[in-house]
Design a protein around this ligand. Sequence first.
Ligand SMILES: CC(=O)N[C@H]1[C@@H](OP(=O)(O)OP(=O)(O)OC[C@H]2O[C@@H](n3ccc(=O)[nH]c3=O)[C@H](O)[C@@H]2O)O[C@H](CO)[C@@H](O)[C@@H]1O
Length: 369
Amino acid sequence: MRVIVTGGGTGGHIYPALAIARGLRDKVQDCEILYVGTRQGMEAKLVPEAGWRFSGVSGQGLPRKMSWESLKTVARSFQALWQTKEILRHFGPDLVVGTGGYVSGPVVLTAAMFGIPTLLHEQNALPGITNRILARVVKRVTVTFPESLPRFRADGKAVLTGLPVRPDIGKVSRAAGAKHFSLRPERLTLLVTGGSRGARTLNQAMLTVLEKLALRSEVQVIWATGSNTYQETLDGLRRRGIDWERPNWRILEYLKDMPQAYAAADLCLSRAGAASLAELMAAGKPSVLIPYPFAAENHQEYNARALVEAGAARLILDKELTGQRLWQEVEGLLADRALLGRMGAAARGLAQPEALSKIVDLCLETAWK
Ligand SMILES: CC(=O)N[C@H]1[C@@H](OP(=O)(O)OP(=O)(O)OC[C@H]2O[C@@H](n3ccc(=O)[nH]c3=O)[C@H](O)[C@@H]2O)O[C@H](CO)[C@@H](O)[C@@H]1O
């Protein structure tokens, strides 16, 4: 069986696509997978590094206002359609799976036009623009939240599956996770990520948290600042006179090894993108969530509420986030291991461990029926 998976722009579209690729390869003997992304997107680096075959097409998100620059973008989009046609002709897929983000558009659309079976996955309760348009031409749509079903349901294509996470998330032992980062498994560990691109406000607030934690060597920290704000974050630490190169702190641009990072963590501080939340549930980790306030229709806050209501997470709104407020929450939670345990169990209770196998089964059904 030959499958093209496509999705890009941010980790929230890329990792579900990689999870589906892995699920298909594990289930189907001789399954050949090709990942198609843009040459500029995060996927161009992440996907080959994860060991998958990758083909890049031109293009980036479509502009909202017309300008000379945006005309060039439209031209690149036509180029992407042409390049996609060539990729489809050479690879000859039995199925094309799209997980959203700009690149999904030309790839899934062209495949559908050639009569190749197509399946989409939607991560958010409010479907993104690419998936809303593509839903009209694909054979199947799989969704994370029941609330998005009515937006696709008219022709009965949409199925509730949950969000597929990388199969090793939640399967790595604490000892192996800590060892991976050369940390000590018996010590309390804080994991901090601002989604796949980092979060400036969270990074700012973290400076105060680290100022406090600098006095507590028994707490370990793994913090991915995001590539764009790594340097300014280190400058911020320097300005506050905080020596960040410590044996118990790992401050990095990006974590390629989230399964190990979750395994090592006792408490996670995070944005509330749909993939991050599904992973927190799969790993059974307590969290403090700071939703990105400018996500379409404030969907990150909506995403976060389910965990908060189940007692799995605490919520801090971005506009209320200060270093002091974050420290208050972190200090209180780190002091109560029993509470962390209950929150972690509540998170695990929300996980949808069958999401990946449901999607893989639907992929096979879509390709072969
Ligand atoms: C600002 C914005 O609109 N963000 C959207 C974007 O977020 P974003 O791309 O940040 O997506 P998520 O938070 O859902 O997922 C981030 C992914 O990146 C991974 N990761 C992150 C940091 C790191 O150092 N290493 C790493 O591997 C996480 O494990 C996760 O798999 O897509 C999500 C899914 O469509 C949406 O719900 C978010 O609202």
